[in-house]
Design a protein around this ligand. Structure first.
Ligand code: CTP
Ligand code: MG
Length: 437
């Protein structure tokens, strides 16, 4: 057996100052969380309690159950001998998350077998404790309420109490050859779980009895050990979430359960529209830039920037959907930095502003209205260019106006755009919905 590295008198280092009330509320219940196994069947390089489930070690999840109990309890974590410091760090973090004092949390090194590890935990019990729960860290998703129920049942009965679930499969006794020897009566069976709870005196006496009678090695289960010494132990209803993570399939199951329980971010749609018009430049030297592309040989558009009506209409649609104003108010036509600037400059900055406000672009639809240039030969190229800038699908349509109006007379080009944004909050973050904007 190995030696405890923390005594109960020596609470966790790194602990926050204890509130004065913590001294008075000395716990009468202790939970020994056995986490010193290697997890051979799980097959990870790390000991099982340190294997990550949803980015947190199994031990961290297991401690959530204990810190979630109704009454303050002494928590004794039994860790692999070479991982005591890591277990301590996990316990300090878990306590902080639950705003619990760490004064009643102790980490000790475990032993060769599970029962050796329980022994190490028993050595760290506070004198005030009269009910002891022994719990597998491997049952990482156990509801706190099950722990409370076990405590209540131990107090009510004055003897050992363990949670169990009815066995649903038909159970056969099978010979080594594979021949069926018989069917076991399922109604008498219970698949037992942890935490297993006992009056402290009964558990201590039973463990001493097992050692004296050479029964210690054979009795791997706390309840069996207590019953073997002649004490009553009864079963109360267990919980499906108290299943033990033993194999990779169990870990996958736990992962799926947590995934299903995690709140999905609500994607709130926001829509915006934009319109822009530029006249063709009077001179022949102005280049035409439209939908992010250069159009050699075509008449250019006049304007403070490069006159890319499609890019500008998209900016207005995006800013409008995010409630961030419009291109004029954001960029300012008088700002010399944007003199002659190409459409992508405005688009990139608009996308940055929209993302900073907590949105991502769903899709954008653009309509270009004008006689020239003939757009369809370069539609795909323009869509690829703009989709790349926005990281979202962009569809571009083009039309003439049947010789009517300023576009029909060839005086300029117009564009309209519609943009869909999604508010995509990080979990736990409130999106800026700009309802007032
Ligand atoms: N345990 C322990 N000390 C040991 C062996 C096991 O504290 N010497 C703990 C485990 O950490 C686990 C619980 O007892 O929380 C149940 O054991 P099990 O599921 O068998 O875990 P491992 O022994 O780690 O796994 P394996 O048997 O696959 O190696
Ligand atoms: Mg084991």
């Amino acid at each position: 057996m190995t030696v405890s590295t923390d005594s109960p008198a020596e609470p966790l280092r790194g602990a926050r100052p204890e509130p004065a009330s913590a001294v008075a509320a000395t716990p009468t219940v202790a939970v020994i969380v056995v986490a010193a196994g290697s997890g051979t069947r799980l097959g990870h390089a790390e000991p099982k309690a340190f294997v990550l489930l949803h980015m947190r070690p199994l031990l961290d999840h297991a401690l959530d159950s204990i810190f979630g109990m109704n009454e303050p309890v002494q928590i004794i974590v039994v860790a692999p001998v070479d991982r005591v410091a890591d277990a301590r760090a996990i316990a300090v973090r878990a306590a902080a998350r639950h705003e619990a004092p760490t004064g009643f949390v102790t980490v000790v090194a475990g032993g060769r077998t599970r029962q050796d590890s329980v022994d190490q935990g028993m050595n760290a019990l506070l004198p005030s404790v009269d009910v002891v729960l022994v719990h597998d860290a491997a049952r990482a998703l156990t509801p706190a309420a099950l722990c409370d129920e076990v405590v209540a049942a131990v107090r009510a009965t004055g003897h050992g109490v363990i949670p169990g679930q009815p066995v649903v499969d038909t159970i056969k006794r099978v010979a080594e050859s594979g021949a069926i020897l018989g069917t076991v009566d399922r109604s008498e069976l219970s698949a037992v779980q942890t935490p297993q709870g006992f009056p402290r005196a009964m558990l201590e006496a039973a463990r001493a009895w097992a050692v004296q009678n050479g029964r210690f090695e054979a009795l791997t289960d706390d309840a069996a050990l207590v019953a073997d010494a002649g004490n009553p132990v009864s079963v109360i209803g267990g919980h499906p979430l108290a299943f033990k993570i033993t194999t990779p399939e169990d870990l996958e199951r736990a992962d799926l359960i947590l995934q299903a329980a995690a709140p999905q971010p609500t994607l709130l749609p926001r829509i915006g529209t934009g319109v822009d018009v530029h006249a063709f430049a009077a001179d022949d030297t102005t280049e035409l830039w439209l939908a992010g592309l250069y159009w050699p040989g075509e008449s250019g558009l006049s304007g403070h920037s490069d006159g890319d009506v499609a890019a500008h209409a998209i900016c207005d649609a995006l800013l409008g959907a995010a409630g961030l104003g419009d291109i004029g108010s954001v960029f300012g036509t008088a700002d010399p930095r944007f003199s002659g600037a190409h459409g992508h400059v405005f688009l990139e900055e608009t996308v940055r502003l929209v993302a900073a406000a907590g949105y991502r672009v769903g899709n954008v639809s653009v309509q270009i209205i004008g006689n020239r240039p003939k757009f369809s030969p370069r539609r795909a190229e323009a869509e690829t260019r703009l989709s790349g800038i926005l990281s979202a699908p962009v569809n571009i349509a083009a039309t003439t106006t049947d010789a009517l109006g300023f576009t029909g007379r060839g005086e300029g080009i117009a564009a309209t755009a519609t943009a869909l944004l999604y508010a995509a909050p990080e979990p736990g973050q409130t999106p800026d919905l700009n309802w007032e904007a």
